[in-house]
Design a protein around this ligand. Sequence first.
Ligand code: LMR
Length: 329
Amino acid sequence: RASMAHFGQQLKPPVLLVKSDILQFSELPAVKCQDQINQSSLHLASIYSFAMSALNGVVMEIQDCAFPLVQGIVATDNQAVGFKDVNYALMVGAKPRGPGMERGDLLKDNGKIFTETGKYINDHASRDIKVVVVGNPCNTNCLILANQIKDIPKENFTAMTRLDHNRAQHQLADKLGVHTSDIRKIAIFGNHSPTMVPYIDQMTAKNHKATVDQQWVTQTFIPTVQQRGAEIIKARKLSSAASAGNAAMNHITTWVNGTAEGDYTSMAIPSDGSYGVPKGLIFSFPVTVKNGKYSIVQGLPITPFYQGLLDKTIKELVDERNAVDHLLK
Ligand code: LMR
């Protein structure tokens, strides 16, 4: 069972559409991999009753995709039902920042949502549930959520930086004149925010070490990746939809299927102290994944340039954690 929690009102508005977009490309059924799931029941949960009509529209679209592996669909505004026995949860909504809102206000509103949802997961979900938080501020939303959980391993709670990883891959492929799939050994460190650190020190293209001009890296590449979400909002008047949905599916698919030999990906996960990141922060690291378990890639060289960037993103996440300290037990 996979749950896609949708948190009402002014949520990332296109999220519901994203779901059907994603499903068209049938990534979700790919979660069947290995021998764990042969067919998937989808649970679509909204925390607001007024969103049920829209949710029912999504259900019709999913039905009309005639996915061979979708066994059943539950659409509900009751989170107890939504999370019942769920194995994979994609938390695609959150309250976004509105005009004049401070980051602190955003954290406060989302804090309430994720505290409550955490309790439902704790009480109703499968004990092996794997969660990816997509709704922003996703790292700290995930931290709040995970803190509500008593007997599910903390490492099952992650946030999404795969979108940033994919964005970096595209920029680099474009610069080097290769296909995105030729770019390997890159990663995103830190927060899914403009302080994120796209790390390319070990990058390969077509399996050979590849370098790009440092000036382009600092003046173009890093700011482009860091600001891509904002650029998309500017262009669409809506935040990213298809690419965010695709990245969420990539995140779960990789978590289930593993990373390719000799490559790594990016996931925001509870820090174990690696790379000097305070323990417990939900921090994006380069990870390899095997048999459903991720491991942080250790020993990557951190130059003073990267250390400076890492310090900034660490500080931002520590500040966010301090702002929601009262919600953490
Ligand atoms: C993105 O990176 O596209 C989104 O997280 C941006 C946003 O604030 O919704």
